[in-house]
Design a protein around this ligand. Structure first.
Ligand SMILES: [Zn+2]
Length: 357
């Protein structure tokens, strides 16, 4: 059991970001004892990260980790995403690199719509692929994707894109925003008087989820992770995250421990629970899902729904057909230690009991 405050904080950072222990320990030791473990992104950084997650939230290559992200290193103006090692397919078609190129490189599609991250331009170097939006603060660095693979995927994608009538924004406008990208340039460089970017943007939420992607692994063995957005009542957007998993501990701990850390003051998001639809007590053949709904605890735009989609018994067989793939996924589960999970679960259960009575 990790007993010191430094160790407990390190454990939270490790579970939330996927950082190796030594790296997490060094990071926490350098912080003030009461500092939050995961800083909130600068508004411009938050927009970049939200565009990234929105574009990439449904990868076709079926990675093992949630969205293929093994580890994140978040700071206010920067996010490093360390991607999993790839099993390159024989036909070179659906790889994580191909997914990334397809999702994030900005282009105008055959209907004149801008896809990808508007304003993003890419620098490919040995240390990773650097994504910046032109003349805007903030960056994402993709680590774990070899530069050569990026170049190959870019060429393959270009052939497909041109055949479909798409145009890359950087081709005609490498150093400035393409005319079609400009409407997406936010936060605006000259906000209306009295308007704070955070009051008008829900980007904090997509950014906050991306910065905590590895935390999903505490719910159970990752089988498939997807996300999308719907309009929310407050004119922001509701993020829906669907984490299909195989539970490894008795219900309701798989989601209670996760919710505890996702709402934790040190490593969580600034959110308050709206509702928890828990069907853990029902027979598995009738129910395979619980849902957690939350909103900002600071009155910011946007809402969140996390779906805990369980697969057990017969429902799991599909995921066990490829034995090596299944074995690799099982290794990724990260249990929340009892001393971190207990407090969270007890608090949430007490709230549930008082609501029911
Ligand atoms: Zn439940």
């Amino acid at each position: 059991m990790k007993s010191t405050k430094l160790e407990r904080r390190t454990q939270k950072l490790q579970l939330t970001t996927g950082m190796p222990w030594a790296q997490a320990l060094k990071h926490v030791a350098a912080l003030a004892p009461s500092a939050v473990l995961i800083p909130e992104a600068h508004p411009s950084q938050a927009v970049l990260e939200t565009f990234f997650l929105k574009s990439f939230a449904w990868p076709q290559a079926d990675p093992h980790h949630p969205w293929g992200i093994r580890c994140v290193e978040p700071s206010r103006n920067r996010l490093v995403l360390v991607f999993e090692d790839q099993q390159l397919p024989a036909d070179d078609y659906e790889s994580l690199t191909r997914d990334l190129v397809r999702a994030v490189v900005p282009h105008v599609d055959e209907w004149g719509e801008v896809r990808g991250i508007p304003g993003a331009r890419f620098t490919v170097a040995r240390g990773g692929i650097l994504i910046r939006r032109l003349n805007m603060p903030g960056s994402i660095t993709i680590v774990g994707i070899p530069a050569a693979d990026w170049g190959t995927a870019m060429n393959l994608q270009r052939q497909e894109a041109e055949a479909a009538g798409m145009r890359y924004c950087h081709d005609s406008s490498p150093d400035q925003w393409h005319a079609d990208e400009l409407p997406y340039r936010e936060p605006s460089t000259d906000p209306l008087p009295g308007q704070h970017p955070r009051r008008t943007s829900d980007a904090w939420l997509g950014s906050g989820l991306l910065r905590r992607a590895p935390l999903l692994r505490t719910i159970g063995v990752p089988l498939s992770t997807t996300a999308w957005t719907n309009p929310s009542l407050d004119k922001g957007q509701t993020w829906i995250v669907d984490y299909i998993h195989e539970p490894q501990v008795p219900a309701p701990l798989p989601h209670q421990g996760y919710i505890g850390l996702l709402t934790d003051p040190e490593c969580g998001l600034a959110i308050t629970r709206s509702t928890l639809h828990c069907s853990c007590a029902r027979f598995p053949e009738y129910s395979t899902e619980c849902r957690f709904n939350a909103r900002s605890s600071r009155g910011q735009l946007g809402a969140l729904q996390v779906r805990f989609s369980r697969r057990t018994g017969d429902n799991l067989e599909l995921y066990q057909e490829d034995r090596d793939d299944y074995a690799a996924r099982r290794k990724l589960y990260r249990p929340i230690p009892a001393h971190l999970a207990r407090g969270s679960a007890e608090t949430i259960h007490a709230q549930d009991s008082s609501r029911r009575s």
